[in-house]
Design a protein around this ligand. Structure first.
Ligand SMILES: O=C(O)c1ccccc1NCC(=O)[C@H](O)[C@H](O)COP(=O)(O)O
Length: 211
């Protein structure tokens, strides 16, 4: 079954919707410049509001942008995360994986097939649209890229497709890319940082039923 990650969750009701729909992962954005930023203490409240992964809830993914060890350490002291999603170099992501002993995904902006990783030191990749000069953050921008680039790619690790997905294009994206999992944030919002439960349900339905 295609994996589903709902990223940028900030409120208990949305956590519950994600848990009720049995999505695989929810993402907490620990990047202050983001409209989806959550403080670690807030994330703790969200975490405590639904079943943990061990008890059948979604896995909790923490997003970190060029974060130092101390920031990640402090966050993990507040909220137990299952997976780290890193916006930095492959080398730094590998160091983080080894330092914290948690499954670690690296976000990779892809403009051409040469940007796709051929070997992996991390546990997975979030394959996204490339960043542009002037972007105030490296993800959650609702920007798509050429989905066919991944179709013939021999992925060296688990990966998911991200960037500009929504309930109306996700089927086409899955068909074109061959992705085993999808990640969505702004495409299931009715304003920046505010998740629409209706759009989340539609997104999950489209991924699972193909309709
Ligand atoms: O969501 C943000 O504001 C954000 C800020 C900094 C780093 C990553 C961020 N989001 C990442 C994601 O939500 C997803 O991994 C992905 O980029 C999909 O976003 P979207 O195009 O909005 O669906």
């Amino acid at each position: 079954m295609t994996g589903i990650k709902i990223c940028g969750v900030r409120d208990v009701a949305t956590m519950q919707v994600c848990a009720d729909l049995h999505v695989d992962w929810v993402g907490f954005v620990f990047y202050q410049a983001s409209p989806r930023y959550v403080q670690p203490e807030q994330a703790r409240v969200l975490n405590d509001s639904t079943l943990s992964y061990r008890d059948g809830g979604p896995e909790r993914v923490g997003l970190f942008v060029k974060a130092d060890d101390e920031t990640i350490e402090r966050t993990l002291q507040s909220v137990p995360l299952d997976i780290l999603q890193i916006y930095d170099t492959e080398e730094r992501a590998t160091t983080i994986k080894n330092r914290f002993g948690l499954p670690t995904w690296l976000a990779r902006g892809v403009a051409s097939s040469s940007d796709l990783p051929a070997s992996a030191e991390v546990n997975g990749y979030v394959i996204e649209a490339p960043h542009k000069k002037g972007d105030d953050r490296p993800g959650g921008l609702g920007r798509t890229f050429d989905w066919t680039l991944t179709k013939e790619w021999s992925a060296p690790a688990f990966w998911m497709l991200a960037g500009g997905l929504n309930p109306f294009n996700v089927r086409e994206a899955l068909n074109a890319s061959g992705a085993p999992a999808v990640d969505v944030s702004s495409g299931v919002e009715d304003s920046p940082g505010h998740k629409s439960h209706d759009l989340i349900k539609k997104f999950v339905e489209k991924v699972r039923l193909g309709g």
